[in-house]
Ligand binder design. Structure first.
Ligand code: URA
Length: 183
């Protein structure tokens, strides 16, 4: 499947009820040949309105970490587990993840990243291990198929609990170091 076919399929998706309440599909953004890919949870209000992942408050904080560790937003690929916004930003249901994950899998197949970073526990529990514990395991890398994968705190958690910002910076510096070692 090509990018255009995948994007179109995603935009016309009716596999779960979220398509009824969304404004825009939030497919993903960035470099389609990126060596580094970030995977968040699901679009929030600003993402739903703009069709672009991580542009709201949490996204702006995430941008600050990218800048702090010297990574340009458009050199990486940024996607979410879910492409449509869950009402009132509730956690994605298992059933929604089950039907949406195929789009993400196909994105990973097309981008072929060497490093994947889960933003938050929801994507870590899906992409790393169902019993993943973000507090204990954030920043640890695991080899999976053709890529290495880790998870860092979700930026929206950092907005609620700023004490975790120090760990986030440490993890993001490590992500940047691993990324630079690739080239
Ligand atoms: N939170 C996410 O997980 N993804 C977004 O795109 C925005 C907020």
């Amino acid at each position: 499947m090509t990018w255009d076919e995948l994007k179109l399929q995603c935009e016309n998706c009716q596999k779960c009820p979220l398509h009824e309440t969304k404004t825009n599909t939030v497919f993903g953004t960035g470099n389609q040949n990126a060596k580094l890919m970030f995977v968040g949870e699901a679009p929030g209000e600003q993402e739903d309105l703009s069709g672009i992942p991580f542009v709201g408050r949490a996204g702006k904080l995430f941008d600050q970490y990218l800048e702090a560790v010297g990574i340009e937003r458009d050199e990486v690929y940024i996607a979410n587990m879910l492409k449509c916004r869950p009402p009132k930003n509730r956690d994605p249901l298992g059933t929604e993840q089950d039907v949406c994950i195929d789009y993400l899998r196909e994105q990973v197949r097309l981008v072929k990243p060497k490093l994947i970073v889960c933003l938050g526990r929801i994507s870590a529990m899906r992409l790393i291990r169902p019993d993943y514990k973000i507090t204990a395991e954030h920043g640890k890398w695991v080899k999976k198929g053709d890529f290495m994968i880790t998870a860092v705190y979700h930026p929206s958690l950092l907005l609620r609990d700023p004490r975790k910002k120090e760990d986030m910076l440490t993890d993001m510096l490590d992500v940047a170091k691993k990324y630079r070692e690739l080239s």
